[in-house]
Write a new protein. Structure first.
Length: 134
């Protein structure tokens, strides 16, 4: 079952999830992620901005964005990202990931030099912002 709610329907969403969880003895799975400025849909692997513009991402760009989004606020090292998103046990040159992140930011960030979504945690790695910035 796929249900989609708008941002202003959070109360209805919460009540629906609670009721369904009790009736079906199941845990809900969020298929679609929304944040101010981005709508990430893993079902059809699309990303749409607030203006309705479809943002074209490569398969790995989408995988990385979706992975970080699903783990908002959690910091991952470059090695962890390579292992989880690419499946590499030994990370290639770390500068490759920095370049990859930069290209992704150019596509999704309103101001890539002052990122709203993918945040660098200096000396550690990257995270998806847990806070909505205007």
């Amino acid at each position: 079952m796929i249900i989609e709610f708008c941002d202003n329907e959070e109360n209805i969403y919460s009540q629906t999830i609670e009721w369904l969880s009790k009736q079906l003895c199941a845990s809900p799975i969020i298929i679609q992620g929304k944040m101010r400025g981005l709508n990430i849909n893993p079902y059809n692997r699309t990303v749409v901005d607030d203006s309705g513009k479809n943002i074209q991402l490569t398969a790995k760009e989408f995988d990385l964005l979706h992975f970080l989004f699903c783990h908002k606020g959690q910091v991952f090292t470059k090695e962890q990202i390579y292992e989880i998103v690419w499946g590499y046990n030994n990370a290639p040159d770390a500068s490759n990931l920095s370049s990859f992140i930069r290209k992704l930011r150019l596509k999704i960030e309103p101001h890539p030099d002052n990122p709203r979504y993918i945040i660098t945690v200096w000396g550690v790695g990257y995270k998806f912002s847990e806070k909505e910035k205007p």
